[in-house]
Design a protein around this ligand. Structure first.
Ligand SMILES: Cc1ncc(COP(=O)(O)O)c(C=O)c1O
Length: 392
């Protein structure tokens, strides 16, 4: 072996892992201040003061030790109170785990249900990391694409049912959705849960955008309102998107009550609990964060309208208005190679986008842009993008 066998010791599927179509574009121009970054899922707002102060106080009080791997009790109590207030549901503390980020919760949920060779149905277009989690675990992702239009993205439950085979073990859904902005209705949720129940499938529901909505509803419908406490339903959530805390790596998962002990072991072996002092920032977000959540939602709603009007109005663009999250996922006629187009957008328009192919098959002529940044910067980026589109 050319490398003296060193490479051969690594699992081939791990050695073959590739960056997503988000990172492939972004890593080339990450430090260029001229590029307006619409590629990642975050705003340009620094985490609010009261959250940072709470974490600083915890740090100054010496909260620098290991915390219980399923999360500090005060944070888990604050999460129980948050769910009571938001959804009117009572969660037993054994169901709440704070292992670290939502990303980590996705990995742990995958570890709970997927064995090598199992299939997991991914409602697509999807956030690319869920596909990679399945691949890392040796499972097989099977995509079931939402129907596009005429007014909104729509789940065809018959299509989902038809994709279930003897190896299917789980379904992953993410609503409000990255990248489409689709928000699942309660009826769609009930139909998916019913399907999972009939086929004995686990359900992984990624609800990290639960507060990022543009209609009158808040929060988004949750599977927590439908599922019993012992069903194999994993509801994943986190602080990144609603409270501008992407760098904190803090999130939570709600799991069947009888899994409390395995969850403690998985949380311990993946991370040994979330960063101790960050958890106090999380408590402040949950207890004092409502004005911020509302103001941020307003900003995103304004920006959504701007993107729909400016980008959606371009003759080459088809854009279904996002109902939630903070992304637009337009189809662009004549885009050709999407990755090449995104690289060109960086070079010529100085705008950072994500290439559609990375969100699943059938999305090659889409791009994703995040519209959570300040309206003035977004406007400048849209101006430059429309000049580029005119040149296609
Ligand atoms: C659907 C979805 N789930 C999870 C995450 C990760 O969230 P966190 O920052 O809490 O790891 C993201 C981030 O973009 C996301 O879009």
């Amino acid at each position: 072996m050319k490398d003296g066998g060193r490479r051969g010791a690594i699992r081939p599927d791990i050695a073959a892992l590739e960056l997503s179509g988000i990172a492939k574009v972004a890593l080339e121009a990450l430090d260029d201040p001229e590029v307006v970054p619409l590629w990642f899922g975050e705003s340009d707002i620094v985490t609010p003061d009261f959250i940072r102060e709470a974490a600083k106080r915890a740090l100054d009080a010496g909260r620098t030790f290991y915390s219980y791997s399923r999360g500090h009790r005060p944070l888990r109590e604050a999460l129980a109170a948050y769910h009571r207030r938001l959804y009117g549901i009572e969660l037993h503390p054994d169901r709440i785990t704070v292992p670290g980020s939502t990303m980590l919760s996705v990995m742990i949920a995958g570890q709970c249900v997927l064995e090598r060779g199992d299939e997991i149905l991914l409602v697509s277009p999807y956030w690319p990391n869920i596909r990679t989690v399945a691949e890392i675990l040796g499972a097989v992702p099977v995509e079931v694409r939402l129907e596009e239009g005429p007014e909104r993205w729509r789940l065809d439950i018959g299509k989902l049912a038809a994709a279930i085979g003897p190896k299917t073990r789980a379904v992953y859904v993410n609503s409000p959705s990255n990248p489409t902005g689709w928000v699942m209705s309660r009826e769609e949720q009930a139909a998916v849960l019913d399907l999972c129940r009939r086929h004995g499938l686990a359900l992984i529901s990624d609800e990290v955008y639960h507060r990022n909505l543009f209609g009158p509803e808040d929060p988004a419908p949750s599977f927590l309102e439908l599922a019993d406490e012992e069903e194999p339903v994993f509801v994943l959530n986190g602080f990144s998107k609603a409270w501008a805390m992407t760098g904190w790596r803090l999130g939570w998962m709600i799991t069947p009550r009888s899994l409390a002990e395995p969850m403690a072991v998985l949380a311990e072996c993946n991370n040994t609990g979330a960063t101790a002092f960050a958890q106090y920032g999380g408590i402040a977000a949950l207890t004092e964060g409502e004005p911020f959540v509302r103001a941020f939602r307003e900003r995103c709603r304004r920006n959504r309208d701007l993107v729909v009007e400016r980008l959606g109005g371009h003759p080459r663009v088809t854009l279904l208005p996002p109902e939630g999250a903070f992304y637009a996922f337009p189809r662009i006629e004549g885009i050709g190679d999407g990755l090449a187009f995104c690289r060109r957008a960086v070079r010529e328009a100085r705008v950072g986008l994500a290439a559609g192919y990375t969100f699943g098959a059938g999305n090659e002529d889409h791009i994703r842009l995040c519209f959570a940044i300040a309206t003035e910067r977004l406007t400048a980026a849209l101006d430059r993008l429309s000049v580029l589109l005119d040149r296609l």
